[in-house]
Design a protein around this ligand. Structure first.
Ligand SMILES: CC(C)(COP(=O)(O)OP(=O)(O)OC[C@H]1O[C@@H](n2cnc3c(N)ncnc32)[C@H](O)[C@@H]1OP(=O)(O)O)[C@@H](O)C(=O)NCCC(=O)NCCS
Length: 198
């Protein structure tokens, strides 16, 4: 059943909720929560920045959102999601949004306590719908460090491997390679048609 969410300024993304997550734009009040989550070792190990984020880092980052090259959302469990309803379960974003090439990078985390409940997949589906249906993007890309099981999720969602960047991160005393993945609008729509036909 569809449910209207009224307290979310980005109604395009989340005004109609018939799944289990709501995306709402990052606000100042979320910064402490975001910093604390991003600094958790289990999440941080998969991100580009190997350092701990400070309040001042977060403030600078928040002000940079005004240039619209990034679209960042808090992921909340939707109403009807039992005891988890309205809880913040993660974060998704489009980064490096380029309106000439119509490309954007995506990023995501789901807090460890809420992983493996389907929130990550639902959040990405909503993020990609926003990217293709509202920002008129042509291609979404992502970078996944070696060993990250998230790769399986992205491949399942239709992403294709573009290639491997060797030794692109240095963490935990060693270099890590990454895989670049991408998904075009056509591939996304084809995949969505197949999923709804199943
Ligand atoms: C990657 C991540 C966002 C996935 O979110 P999630 O909510 O745990 O994933 P979901 O529950 O939506 O799982 C969706 C699918 O991916 C698969 N999947 C998710 N995590 C997986 C894992 N660790 N190993 C294997 N498969 C996994 C699930 O089996 C599921 O498949 P199904 O739809 O066939 O059941 C989350 O694990 C995370 O935040 N990881 C740490 C941060 C990170 O790596 N971010 C991405 C950087 S590129």
């Amino acid at each position: 059943m569809k449910e209207h969410v009224t307290d979310n300024p980005v109604g395009i993304v989340s005004g109609s909720v018939d799944a289990d997550v709501v995306l709402s734009p990052v606000e100042q009040e979320h910064l402490t929560w975001l910093r604390d989550q991003r600094n958790r070792a289990e999440l941080n190990r998969w991100f580009r920045q190997p350092w701990m984020l400070t309040t001042s880092d977060q403030e600078k980052w928040f002000h940079s959102l005004q240039n619209r090259e990034k679209h960042c959302f808090i992921v909340t469990a939707a109403a009807g999601e039992s005891s988890r309803a309205s809880q913040k379960v993660g974060y998704v974003a489009l980064n490096q949004v380029n309106f000439i090439t119509r490309t954007a990078e995506f990023s995501i985390f789901i807090v460890p306590e809420f992983q493996a409940h389907g929130y990550g997949k639902k959040a990405l589906e909503k993020l990609f719908a926003f990217a293709f249906d509202n920002l008129n993007m042509h291609l979404i890309w992502g970078e996944v460090y070696e060993g990250n099981p998230a790769l399986a999720l992205y491949l399942k969602m239709g992403f294709r491997k573009e290639g491997v960047l060797r030794d692109r991160a240095f963490k935990e005393g060693r270099y890590w390679s990454s895989t670049i993945l991408s998904l075009t609008e056509n591939e996304w729509r084809l995949q969505a048609r197949h999923s709804s036909a199943r």
